[in-house]
Design a protein around this ligand. Sequence first.
Ligand SMILES: Cc1cc2nc3c(=O)[nH]c(=O)nc-3n(C[C@H](O)[C@H](O)[C@H](O)COP(=O)(O)OP(=O)(O)OC[C@H]3O[C@@H](n4cnc5c(N)ncnc54)[C@H](O)[C@@H]3O)c2cc1C
Length: 399
Amino acid sequence: MDFEFTKEQEALREEFDEFFRKEMKHAPKEWAEGGLEAMYHTDEGFAFHDQMKKKLGKKGWLSRAWPKEYGGQDAPLIEQLIFNEVHAFHRAPGVDNFGVGMFAPTLMVGGTEEQKKRLLPPIARGEVQYCQGWSEPDAGSDLANLSTQAVREGDYYIVNGQKTWTTGGHRADHMFLLARTDPNSTRSRGLSIFNVKMDLPGIEVRPILYMDKGHITNDVYFKDVKIHASELVGKENEGWELTRQTMNFERSGVAGFVEGKRTIAELIDYAKAHKRNGKKISEDPVTRQKIAKLFIGLEVGQTLAYRINWEQQKGGLIFAASAASESKVFGSELSQQVANVSTEVLGMYGQLENSKWAPMDGKAATHYQFCVAANIFAGSSEVQRNLIAWVGLGLPRTK
Ligand SMILES: Cc1cc2nc3c(=O)[nH]c(=O)nc-3n(C[C@H](O)[C@H](O)[C@H](O)COP(=O)(O)OP(=O)(O)OC[C@H]3O[C@@H](n4cnc5c(N)ncnc54)[C@H](O)[C@@H]3O)c2cc1C
């Protein structure tokens, strides 16, 4: 198998690389530690993301692989993957994963022509910011148990209920919402998807703060919120099938593996430059074994992501749930191993954030605290393994 990129693709990679190298020099200090906290917690962090998003939108880089009529350039999907790799390597902001990565491809699969023409171009231009309104206090892994109601009254749906864990809900101007439109339905039947403006009367966003007081996630309450019927995405009561596609878009991607490789490169630099017990850390046999093992995992993960990209290129945007789940479970657990090994290699210094003594700008400590959530959000590891067993391997479905 030939994994070489063409000369044109390499030139494109250079162009992306040069752009981010220049732009990241202007990153505010909170961006040095990276992660979702840098993007959502402070006004300065979010403003940097927002202006980068608009720059990327202007260049057409958020939507290269989309059809021209919806704001794209009809480019092959591999070009979007190259962009995603370079963007992740620079730990750069500017990509709204909920809008660009999840809702836009969902619209392309299941939106009406009118919705695609109205909703996709602003996402491509980087003008909007989305959040994901799925989870509820009694519906996480068991999402089909959700109880937020959207009742049709004339030209509107009246929405009542609560969403929880809504990442970036306090920064978003739009949400893609999953709600029950058939009040007599149970489980996955009777659910529908809506495009919701977050400034509608009756929507209230309340923070859920992290252990370190970081503001990333939220509770979102709906009280008699009027959503116009034209915002129903796909068919009424048939939102579950489309939502399963959105899950696949959420669970796949190359970014985490590339970012992991950058962390490994930084760890290697640190290990070469520092001593422990009178010996270079890079000469410690156990540390070497651990770093090499992580690198093998990251190579495997990157190859999984390439496979998904290739499958998508062949078959449009729809692909097997099992491949997306493989990538999700493998990537999130590997990211936890990267965090563990990083703090081991950095020793006591690896626990520092916001300090001149913190190696790697404190990224290791930030990542170590955040990665606990990695095997929960976007579907827990247990749920992914169940899906691989059932959908991928044909084992009986568990209730
Ligand atoms: C940081 C973070 C950000 C998030 N962002 C968003 C967001 O933006 N939008 C959104 O809608 N949601 C978001 N979520 C919610 C996330 O999708 C849910 O937390 C996740 O799906 C798990 O649901 P739960 O928390 O209700 O746990 P539960 O579903 O109650 O699971 C509890 C435990 O039981 C296990 N379990 C459950 N069912 C099974 C089963 N059938 N077999 C084996 N084990 C099982 C799970 O693996 C888990 O270990 C976020 C969560 C976190 C932590």
